[in-house]
Write a protein that binds this ligand. Structure first.
Ligand code: MN
Length: 253
């Protein structure tokens, strides 16, 4: 099994080191390709107006492993990794510091790296760990990745499908399949004042209700690993019939 490891927190994040170490124990070949600086929330952006550099990097504790840092986005990393090191059996992304739940998947660079792998036809998984006041501990998540990744390599995933895996804080009570939630955020925009008295803004916010049953958000809050299959055909085919009633100029079949 050959695994390409990417992330959006940057190549020196403890999360990618934990994931790469875990992968080294179960894979024949591991290649790390990750952004040189944090690229959280850049989504599925790619860099098209300037050249990209691909630099071999030594990572502490992972000496001898092929690792490259890229001055681009998570999606850039996956594209270049596949181009330069050949197709892996699985693309893994993470372990992100912080959850990627609900609509987060549209902002997340972690998920975007897995989306990029999926669009290249490679089974891909995004891993994210919920943060808390407690010290970051990737051990449970990394151990679980060691089980899941070989299983996905063996079975494959359907076309246009990736897995979004979110870990709770600490030791999980178990693993559940979960739907993408629709929770919203409170305090999304925080306004402060700069030294000149002019306003500036933080776009952030903490997740808030509703707590839908079986959602990724609820599952992680309850202390379980949430495994969510995401499908990249965004077409809402069930809406076709209703939409056809009011789209101007629609050709009748
Ligand atoms: Mn991140």
């Amino acid at each position: 099994m050959k695994v390409l490891v990417a992330n959006d927190d940057g190549i020196f994040s403890p999360g990618i080191l934990a994931l790469a170490k875990a992968m080294r124990e179960v894979a024949d070949e591991v290649v790390i390709v990750a952004p040189d600086v944090e690229q959280s929330a850049v989504g599925h952006a790619i860099t098209i107006r300037r050249p990209l550099r691909y630099k071999r990097t030594r990572l502490q504790g992972l000496e001898g492993l092929e690792a490259y840092r890229v001055d681009g986005t998570p999606a850039d990393c996956v594209v270049l990794g596949v181009h330069n090191s050949g197709r892996p059996d699985v693309v893994v992304s993470g372990i992100n510091i912080g959850s990627n739940l609900g609509y987060d998947v549209t902002h997340s660079g972690t998920v975007a790296a897995a989306i990029e792998g999926t669009t290249l036809g490679i089974p891909s998984i995004a891993f994210s760990l919920r943060t808390s006041d407690r010290e970051l501990d990737f051990s449970y998540a990394a151990a679980y990745a060691k089980e899941l990744v070989p299983a996905v390599a063996r079975r494959g995933l359907p076309t246009k499908t990736l897995l979004n895996v979110n870990f709770p804080v600490g030791e999980a009570k178990g693993v559940r399949l979960a739907r993408q939630s629709t929770h919203s955020y409170q305090d999304t925009i925080v306004t402060r004042e700069d030294p000149d008295g002019k306003p500036y803004y933080w776009v952030a916010g903490i997740p808030t209700g509703p707590r839908e049953p079986d959602s990724d958000y609820t599952t992680v809050l309850e202390g379980f690993v949430a495994v969510t299959p995401l499908y990249l055909d965004f077409t809402h085919t069930r809406f076709f019939a209703d939409l056809a009633e009011f789209v101007p100029g629609l050709e009748r079949a």
